[in-house]
Write a protein that binds this ligand. Structure first.
Ligand SMILES: [Zn+2]
Length: 155
């Protein structure tokens, strides 16, 4: 299960909407097990594509340096799908490199607008997990009922 603070959720939604129809990508960092320290870092998508994202290498370098300095962990890796549902594409699965990170996808496609789903991806195996948003002390479930990928184009 993945729990997001309202601030983190709002920031990811804002990022995805701001650049739509270009895909966005970024990460959420935090000190281990301390949700209140979570912070969103937006990456520039050097591909500037509606179907592909590639994080700017300077942004990546800076994030890894800052993480070491601040003793943070990579909590979430997120990106948007601007023309399809929030389910990992074959390329997403292939490129997933952080087995311990939650892979969050937010859809800004009209049919699945603001669908937010999270996955653990290990050695090509995709496992969906529930997503909850903390509202004060209460957590509300936001992920839709479990289902597989619908037929659709690449993203
Ligand atoms: Zn994707």
């Amino acid at each position: 299960m993945l729990t997001l603070t309202r601030n983190v959720y709002d920031e990811i939604v804002d990022h995805a909407l701001r650049d739509h129809p270009i895909e966005v990508c970024g990460v959420v960092l935090r000190r281990p097990h301390e949700d209140h320290t979570a912070r969103v870092v937006r990456f520039r998508n050097t591909a500037q594509s509606p179907v592909f994202h590639e994080a700017d290498s300077r942004d990546l370098y800076k994030v890894y340096r800052d993480m070491a300095e601040r003793q943070e962990e990579l909590h979430i890796v997120y990106h948007s799908h601007t023309a399809s549902e929030a389910y990992p594409s074959a390329i997403d699965v292939e490129l997933a490199q952080e087995p311990s990170a939650h892979n969050l996808i937010i859809s800004t496609a009209p049919r699945t607008f603001l669908e937010l789903r999270s996955f653990l991806i290990t050695d090509g195996v995709v496992a969906e997990e529930d997503v909850h948003i903390m509202e004060g002390r209460r957590a509300a479930r936001v992920s839709p009922p479990k289902r597989g990928p619908a037929a659709g184009g690449p993203s």
